[in-house]
Write a protein that binds this ligand. Structure first.
Ligand SMILES: Cc1cc2nc3c(=O)[nH]c(=O)nc-3n(C[C@H](O)[C@H](O)[C@H](O)COP(=O)(O)OP(=O)(O)OC[C@H]3O[C@@H](n4cnc5c(N)ncnc54)[C@H](O)[C@@H]3O)c2cc1C
Length: 193
């Protein structure tokens, strides 16, 4: 399908957000949390990007692209894509679907791997489900969605971890994953591709 770039937003260091809409203003096909689209701008490479907006929204698809130092597709997005441009996109596909059976959801995000989890958080909030997100990035400046997630952090539902780029200072995931509870728990990990 063809989509128009409606807005471009700075989300964090080297991460831009792109809002994509139907050129004629029609609703877009539905997607479920965890889905991605394959997109191409002009002759650029086709690359997959997760949809991070609330799946209940039909008016736009939102993607976030991390600029890779020598990445062909992501550099193109950052350097060549402009508001008003048309891009070619696949229908949403989902290899990372959210289960609806858990009593508690433990979400683990590393860097740009936060994107599908943002859609999951919107879905879990609508379901009034119990969740906790551990979000690992290099620094506050490299952390996309810091303001939105900051509100949830104040409620104890998000914890930020910054390692300064040193793996030795990274989150030890054993304690967050340990649970004595016998209730079903779903552990969902989004990492940088
Ligand atoms: C389901 C899915 C969802 C995804 N969601 C997102 C998302 O939400 N946001 C996002 O930013 N990405 C996402 N990705 C990753 C995205 O599809 C691209 O893979 C990513 O943007 C890098 O593409 P690129 O063309 O910039 O890099 P490529 O040119 O394909 O290069 C890939 C990697 O190799 C490195 N590389 C390239 N050339 C060299 C070289 N000569 N020497 C050494 N290293 C080299 C690049 O730096 C890069 O790290 C997702 C991927 C999948 C499969």
């Amino acid at each position: 399908m063809l989509l128009r770039v409606r807005s471009i937003t700075y989300l964090a260091e080297a991460i831009n957000g792109y809002e994509l809409v139907d050129p004629r203003g029609r609703d877009l096909p539905r997607f479920a949390a965890g889905a991605h689209i394959a997109v191409r701008h002009g002759d650029s490479a086709v690359r997959d990007y997760s949809l991070w907006n609330d799946p209940a929204e039909r008016r736009h698809y939102c993607i976030a692209v991390l600029r890779e130092a020598i990445g062909e597709g992501s550099r193109h997005w950052h350097e060549a894509v402009r508001v008003g441009d048309i891009v070619e996109a696949s229908m949403p596909r989902n290899n990372f679907a959210l289960t609806d059976e858990a009593q508690h959801y433990l979400l683990l995000a590393g860097g740009i791997g936060i994107t599908p989890l943002m859609a999951m958080i919107a879905e879990l909030r609508r379901r009034r489900a119990d969740f906790l997100l551990h979000y690992c990035t290099r620094s506050p400046e490299a952390t996309a969605f810091r303001d939105e997630l900051g509100l949830l952090a104040a409620q104890g539902r998000v914890r930020f971890h910054h390692d300064g780029g040193d793996p030795a200072r990274g989150l030890d995931i054993a304690p967050p994953c340990a649970t004595r509870s016998r209730e079903p728990i779903s552990i969902i990990a989004g990492r940088r591709a």
